[in-house]
Design a protein around this ligand. Structure first.
Ligand SMILES: [Zn+2]
Length: 61
């Protein structure tokens, strides 16, 4: 078991991957359908349960 291995940049590579969107534009639209407000059809910025950014009503998914 050696102790002379050079430092690796795995951390930077993982950070770059985390910044890359997992779903490209035009991906599966079904993934955000549960975010659509049932009251005004606005799309929330996060998964339910959350609050509609337009009408402020709760979105339960
Ligand atoms: Zn709404």
């Amino acid at each position: 078991m050696t102790s002379h291995e050079p430092p690796r940049d795995c951390g930077d590579q993982q950070a770059a991957a985390a910044r890359t969107p997992a779903v490209a534009e035009g991906g599966d639209s079904a993934c955000w359908l549960h975010r659509v407000c049932p009251h005004c059809d606005a799309v929330a910025d996060e998964d339910p349960p959350t609050t509609c950014p337009r009408c402020s009503r709760p979105i339960t998914g």
